[in-house]
Design a protein around this ligand. Structure first.
Ligand code: AMP
Ligand code: MG
Length: 491
């Protein structure tokens, strides 16, 4: 993944930490050095053993109760060089100067396979970018991020991961006092569209150029563009990865909920899980964030919002795209204009997979859209409808006329029914983290310190394409009449 030279950092025996911190080698405008604020009673509630092993960490040491002091921010692991990163962002469209207000990057862990991952604490206390915030996080939203990010990973969708959750023993004050917690997040990087937007808005062209080089080295090391083409290569690479990512979200019914430009990672990973959820009934207007009154970040708006964010990214790059500003603008526009077609290509590929189609026919898009229109009209559940489609069984949830068209389409490809079903099972999850079940599990965890339901869902979503022995409440839509729970955005 990384082309940056790997220094001879040797693994630390007390945890397997092997940090190399390339971000702190960038100019000081990129970050502020800051220490987590110690908490009174750190307690480890979740630790991701499988992920820790991938990272080359010592799972036996770090899963012990004493390791809570690291995951709550009381103790800094060896080799870490903690910083808060500077960035800006368009929040619901409005440009704001932000930065990590409640996150601290400990450093970049070098893994045994030679990859490099950011290890970040979310909720470890104030930073120079906290503005009026407390720098803290509540347990419920950190558990939600842990669960949904691991579910996305299980679904095979690029995402940041979650290594640990530690409670602090201290309350955080939102509308009411809530238990405080710190999440340890693992990301290919935390470089955002908003990071570029900051330096562009400041007119700091040197920093912009360095950020282009840094991001290319970190995420697009296979490309080796000429110096004059580096910014364009980055722009095109980011557009392509976002087209793929958003198509994957649409495939599984994921609603991110707060697609501000500070929440779009250049790595192409899903990042910053706030008021996110999976749809039950198919509904392009579905919104789960209690503050998204206009539906800006509704399920069906995600492709166009991603395009909007990429336009802001391209705009930020204009000073480094070409010395001639008219040329630079034309290059930026041209790259962003590719997005809708690239998205459509990835989306159609994903939807063909959901319908068990192996080759392309011009009528496929109509076939998909007609099914979606039927689902919308009948308020059918997105996940179970696709999972339940069967070429030789009488249709239950889809119109008979549509089913006949689909089976006629299937008959024009050589694959057997078994092959078709196998392809469908690999693209249609049986299990998603149903929002009503997630809410109940978070209630249990935060009000009664009972993680039984949480662990049941976590285990289920780690193998989402397999329905055997899965909890019934995750295999079915919520009971009729269950209101759509909304999630407060001030997570
Ligand atoms: P988010 O909506 O979580 O992506 O956060 C948007 C911005 O607000 C980021 O710069 C966060 O660091 C900051 N922020 C969110 N919550 C807090 C908090 N409790 N204290 C300080 N800053 C915060
Ligand atoms: Mg954010």
């Amino acid at each position: 993944m990384s082309s940056a030279p790997v220094p001879d950092a040797s693994p630390d025996i007390t945890g397997g930490w092997r940090f190399d911190n390339s971000y702190v080698r960038l100019p000081s405008a990129f970050f502020s050095r800051v220490r987590p604020t110690p908490v009174s009673r750190p307690h480890l509630v979740l630790f991701n053993r499988a992920l820790s092993l991938d990272l080359g960490l010592d799972d036996a040491t770090l899963s012990r109760p004493e390791a809570a002091s690291i995951f709550a921010g009381n103790e800094i692991p060896p080799g870490a060089d903690p910083i808060a990163q500077a960035y800006a962002g368009h929040q619901f469209g409005n440009l704001t100067r932000l930065g990590d207000g409640r996150a601290i990057l400990l450093g970049e862990q070098l893994t045994p396979s030679g990859a490099r991952y950011d290890i970040q604490l979310k909720g470890p206390g104030p930073t120079p970018y906290s503005r009026r915030g407390d720098g803290r996080a509540a347990l419920g939203p950190m558990l939600r991020e842990y669960l949904i990010s691991e579910a996305m990973h299980g679904l095979g969708i690029p995402t940041t991961r979650s290594l640990a959750v530690a409670t602090t023993g201290e309350p955080v004050f939102r509308e009411e006092p809530l238990p405080g917690a710190v999440l340890t997040r693992v990301a290919a990087s935390h470089i955002r569209v908003g990071t570029f937007v900051l330096f562009s808005a400041l007119g700091d062209i040197d920093s912009l150029r360095q950020l282009v080089d840094h991001t290319l080295a970190r995420h697009f090391s296979d490309a080796s563009p000429e110096p004059a083409e580096r910014a364009l290569a980055l722009l095109k690479g980011v557009v392509e990865r976002q087209a793929f990512l958003i198509a994957q979200w649409m495939r599984v019914g994921f609603v991110h909920g707060v697609m501000n430009t500070d929440n779009m990672a250049l790595s192409g990973e899903t990042i910053d899980y706030g008021p996110c959820a999976f749809i039950d009934a198919y509904d392009p207007d579905a919104v789960f964030s209690s503050i998204d009154h206009q539906g800006r970040y509704a399920f069906g708006n995600q492709p166009s919002i991603a395009g909007w964010n990429l336009a802001r990214f391209a705009e930020a790059l204009i000073p480094v795209l070409h010395p001639d500003s008219a040329q630079a603008l034309a290059m930026a526009q041209d790259a962003v204009r590719q997005f809708p077609d690239q998205f459509r290509k990835h989306w159609l590929t994903a939807m063909r997979g959901k319908l068990g189609l192996f080759h392309e026919e011009p009528e496929d898009e109509g076939l998909v859209n007609d099914l979606l229109a039927a689902l919308l009209a009948s308020e059918a559940d997105y996940t179970t409808t696709f999972r339940g489609l069967h070429p030789t069984l009488r249709p239950e949830r889809v119109p008979a006329e549509w089913h006949a068209r689909w089976t006629a389409r299937l008959s024009r490809q050589p694959q057997s029914v078994e092959e078709v079903l196998q392809r469908m099972r690999a693209h249609n999850p049986a299990v998603i983290p149903r929002n009503h079940a997630v809410e109940e599990a978070l209630e249990d965890a935060t009000r009664r310190a009972d993680l039984t339901r949480f662990h049941r869902i976590l285990q289920a979503v780690s193998r989402p394409y397999d329905e055997t022995n899965q909890p019934a409440e995750l295999l079915q839509p919520p009971p009729a009449g269950t209101p759509r729970c909304t999630t407060f955005c001030g997570t």
